[in-house]
Design a protein around this ligand. Structure first.
Ligand code: M6R
Length: 341
């Protein structure tokens, strides 16, 4: 049941404070598969939103542990040659995605150890992989992944914690409160801009690049607006030609190493007359001076910003789709599980 929400997706977005708590406690020192503990190299295989979660993992794990992470789309993995990593992680909320399952089986055939990260007990992936980590997001009815994506990221952040020996679990414990806070954000001005656009660009740098990829996927999936994500530095290598007053850009400008360069990128976009919706700190006057609309983000640890920005992007897509009267829980042409290659 929808529990008083207009759509399952909104209900599932609002469940996320609890979901992130469960997901970040889903794996511990004791339950971490030994294949991961011993790995000197890791391959992650996934599709769609799950691939974006894998990309976030790579951005966090490599600098924290120095373990190289190879990231592959499930649908392309069959075409990639060896060499194999020490372990393959297949990420699939449904546990039934044919391409991700095929990747796990390819690993097993080549004597590579395999780990499944999934939301569904006894799903096909759990029966194929040697080890399984369940993310405990609870059943997700909406076709668009929201809480299952956040749970994947939570589990993967906890794996980074465990492999790096940096016990950031207390940082992750703050996530639920930060998420509760952003759930109350008024997005009306940003929705006004998005719902009247035919094309949207999403840009970010570093770990916020896959966050924006996920935001753009959510927008196109449920609102049917063409939304494209770019690493912010790539815009000037081609897509700049498309910038105009009719192509709003959604940019994330959070404090950190990419802050100054993101401000510069936003100024360049602004000079093309492009409306800018910026995610920035509430008291950041530099962001406020450039952006048409600022979506305030809390001043929290960068990992928590990954989570809160994800939630805000889900809400932006949801409210835009709702304004356009789309069939949010069952978008046209899409299915919850993709069981054919
Ligand atoms: O069940 P999976 O995580 O393997 O599904 C992969 C994709 O089909 C899925 O994430 C899809 O992109 C979502 N509908 C996105 O919201």
């Amino acid at each position: 049941q929808k529990g008083g929400y207009a759509h399952f997706m909104l209900k599932e977005i609002f469940e996320q404070p609890d979901v992130i708590h469960r997901a970040t406690h889903a794996v511990s020192e004791e339950t971490l598969p030994s294949s991961l503990r011993d790995a000197k190299s890791i391959t992650v295989v996934a599709c769609g939103s799950s691939y974006h979660a894998g990309m976030i993992f790579r951005y966090l794990l490599e600098p924290a542990c120095g373990i190289p992470v190879r990231l592959e789309l499930g649908s392309e993995y069959k075409y990639t040659p060896v060499p194999f990593s020490d372990v393959i992680i297949g990420i699939s909320q449904s546990g039934e995605t044919a391409d991700t399952l095929a990747a796990i089986r390819k690993g097993i055939c080549n004597n590579v150890r395999t780990v499944a990260i999934t939301n569904v007990l006894n799903s096909s992936i759990t029966r194929s992989a040697q080890d399984t980590i369940l993310m405990h997001a609870g059943p997700e009815i909406s076709v668009a992944a929201s809480k299952s994506f956040l749970a994947q990221v939570g589990v993967l952040m906890q794996i980074v914690n465990l492999l790096s020996g940096r016990q950031c679990i207390d940082i992750l414990d703050h996530a639920r409160y930060a998420i509760e806070q952003v759930l109350l954000t008024d997005l009306t001005d940003a929705v006004d801009i998005c719902s009247s656009a035919d094309h949207l660009f999403y840009v970010g740098r570093g770990v916020f690049y896959p966050v924006m990829m996920e935001g753009a996927l959510k927008m196109k999936e449920i609102s049917y607006i063409h939304a494209e994500a770019y690493a912010a530095g790539e815009l000037k290598h081609g897509p700049f030609a498309l910038l105009s007053p009719e192509t709003p850009v959604i940019a994330i400008c959070s404090p950190g190493q990419a802050y100054e360069v993101m401000l510069g990128n936003m100024k360049e976009m602004k000079a093309r007359g492009t409306p800018i919706i910026a995610f920035g700190l509430e008291n950041d006057t530099d962001v406020r001076d450039i952006a048409d609309v600022v979506i305030p983000i809390p001043e929290v640890h960068p990992w928590i910003q990954v989570l809160t920005s994800t939630v805000l992007l889900q809400l932006l897509a949801y409210h835009t789709a709702n304004r356009l009267d789309r069939e949010i829980d069952m978008p046209r042409n899409l299915a919850k599980s993709v069981t054919v290659e």
